[in-house]
Design a protein around this ligand. Structure first.
Ligand SMILES: [Zn+2]
Ligand SMILES: [Zn+2]
Length: 330
């Protein structure tokens, strides 16, 4: 933590947000209903969510099987799998924060079905569901959607979390994430929202200024074992967080969101606890957190802000999305 530096002079880039709202349907959007994609496939005339195989998959059945022998000390192996896209809504102008709780719960059900379908396939060791949101994380199409990479390898962060959780379980007999939730509840200052079975908090160890986690309180390894009422509670916690994100600066709040679910390679993941992580790259409305010397050069994150202050900022936001209040007052 280096929160004392957060007001140091700054003369770098800023991110401008023009505040313009996009239309509900865009003719040349490859995610809008009925539109033709570059692959030649036409989107369904869908009315809620829509899932399709990614036309430009980073992993796919057409990937070359053998990368060729690796030279000298190097090693390599084929990376393959299935890549999909999930549209949250036919409405081009919405964000996750603007879906209602029922729609978010429906989306969670879609994620659960996709996870189960992909995990059951031969050679799929892991299913990563993630959303990149906003131009600052490289997404030019605002149509609300996420991606799924189902792969024959486990992504590194999940591998680390699984390994750490297992070590903690062996040492203490407890589930690490359960103890994290308990620590956050005992402190209380960084909890953004909590209901019967779910919790949203900005963790003590947050690296990004507004990094937040949403988790069921019970230790589910993935969405698959959550009951429908838990999914509904979870949808409420998710909504409560992302609405506050958007309200913070009255703009669609950019982030990288990732579902951290246990790998699907058949090993023992009793210590794993499903959660969603949000990594927002902005520190201020027009100020990116740059990864520089300490982070890239040294491998340690330098946080320029205090987690308690940032959590308080989020907590103090309205639970009603700013576009809703703008619409009703005008
Ligand atoms: Zn669209
Ligand atoms: Zn995680």
């Amino acid at each position: 933590m280096a929160a004392h530096r957060q007001n140091r002079p700054w003369s770098g880039d800023t991110i401008e947000h023009d505040g313009a709202t996009s239309p509900e349907y865009v003719e040349d959007c490859y995610l809008c209903p009925r539109n033709l994609r570059v692959s030649g496939h036409r989107n369904d005339n869908y009315t809620s969510t829509f899932v399709f195989d990614n036309d430009h998959p980073c992993v796919g059945p057409l990937a070359s099987d053998e990368p060729g022998p690796a030279p000298s000390i190097y090693r390599s192996r084929p990376a393959n799998g299935i890549a999909r896209v999930v549209c949250y809504s036919p409405n081009h102008s919405l964000t996750l924060a603007e879906l209602n709780v029922g729609e978010i719960a429906h989306l969670l059900g879609v994620w659960r079905n996709e996870f189960m379908d992909l995990a059951s396939r031969d050679g799929i060791d892991h299913v990563l569901i993630f959303e990149n949101k906003g131009e600052v994380v490289g997404v030019s199409n605002p149509h609300p959607h996420c991606q799924i990479y189902a792969t024959n390898f486990v992504f590194k962060t999940i591998e680390n979390e699984a390994g750490t959780s297992m070590r903690y379980m062996n040492e203490t007999g407890r589930i690490l994430f359960q103890d994290i939730i308990q620590a956050e509840q005992l402190d209380g200052r960084r909890i953004i929202y909590e209901n019967g079975t779910s919790i949203a908090f900005l963790p003590y160890f947050a690296r990004y200024a507004y990094e937040c986690y949403v988790a069921p309180k019970a230790a589910h390894q993935s969405l698959t074992t959550m009951s429908n009422s838990e999914l509904l509670d979870f949808a409420e916690a998710l909504k409560a967080l992302v609405v506050r994100y958007d309200n913070l600066w009255r703009m669609p709040f950019p982030y990288v969101m990732a579902l951290h679910q246990a790998p699907t390679d058949g090993r023992d993941y009793r210590g794993f606890h499903f959660h969603i992580e949000f990594h927002p790259p902005l520190r201020k409305p027009n100020l990116l957190k740059y990864l520089a010397g300490p982070e890239i050069g040294g491998g340690n994150f330098l946080s320029d802000t205090s987690p308690e202050e940032k959590a308080e900022e989020l907590k103090s936001q309205s639970s009603i999305h700013y576009k809703m209040t703008t619409n009703t007052s005008s």
